[in-house]
Design a protein around this ligand. Sequence first.
Ligand code: C5P
Length: 396
Amino acid sequence: MNGKRILLIIGGGIAAYKACELVRLIRKQGGDVTCVLTEGGAHFVTAMTLAALSENPVHTTLWDLKNEVEMGHIQLSRQADLVVVCPATADLMARMAGGIANDLATTLLLATDKPVLAIPAMNVRMWQHPATVRNVATLRGDGVAVMQPDEGAMACGEFGPGRLPEPVVIAAEIARMLGTATGPLSGKHVLITAGPTHEPIDPVRYIANRSSGKQGFAIAAAAAQAGAKVTLVAGPVNLDTPQGVTRINVETARQMAAAVDAALPADVAIMVAAVADWRSAGEAVQKIKKDGSGQVPPLQLVENPDILATLCKSDRRPQLVVGFAAETNDVLDHARAKLARKGADWIVANDVATHAMGGEINGLHIVSAAGVESLPELPKAAAAAALIERIANALA
Ligand code: C5P
């Protein structure tokens, strides 16, 4: 992190203990950390711990006269290259969103003219409460980068989104925001498609499939964490955009094809989307009516453009093109055939009979001219990280 200065504000939640590990990681990566401990944060970690790890004085109160003679709160917020709030509790974010400055942390946040990264951590119900949803939207609108919390078992015994992301992931995001990311894919542009496409039949009906977009979004997140510039062309799915990813929303296969073309050049393309193979030959302008005669309207289908095959033939073909194949039977045979037919470098196959689309686990097989590598069954984020690691190795 090249000696960049990070002002780390630690809120009052159990995840505060992970902030200690974050301080250690930032120091290890060459960053300078100054900690501000809120009154709540001090119930979970001590100023002594943070001072020892950061090797800098820890600030806890606005009413420190020695500092305030020199307008210490203004200086602290201005000297930093990046202000990080970790954990960002529901209360701290509510005060930030409201522009309240009733302690040192919130006063610094109001006084700063530097980029701010907030890493929320809280109980799932607090995260999903309309007030928190509103506050997060306000903060994002104000230009604060708010990281998406992880999903999983929580200290309070519940399960869901609200967990603090792992400190290594937070440190990677800090490096990315500071422009000092040195991940294995830094300097590379990775283009990803994800989700289903919707092909309209008339203004109210469409053809779709069961793709959830989760695997493609997880791959986009992993690529961003590896330092890549990531463009994610997403079909209609209700998923949060991963941190550091540029997302382009589309509905139809033809829109997806145009968005992929517009995003070129890229070093790597990973086509994860379950693109509809066919669309209705003629989209009715008005809703097709049931007339009571028992007659079924004819539904004529035409083939959609094959985005992956077109990309492979293009004169702007990325260095590495990876396709996906969701199959219900003869998975590897179909994947090998697809490799040849599409002209991709790799086809990543998954058995959707074993792991239904939309689930949390995937068993991926990477099929290339060199053979097949079968990854173990993994949660989609871990499968994504494994695939990105192999992609980075292939480019190295
Ligand atoms: O032909 P099939 O749909 O089985 O191939 C799957 C792979 O091809 C995936 O990588 C998918 O994103 C891509 N594809 C595409 N455009 C299509 C159909 C599939 O890019 N029209």
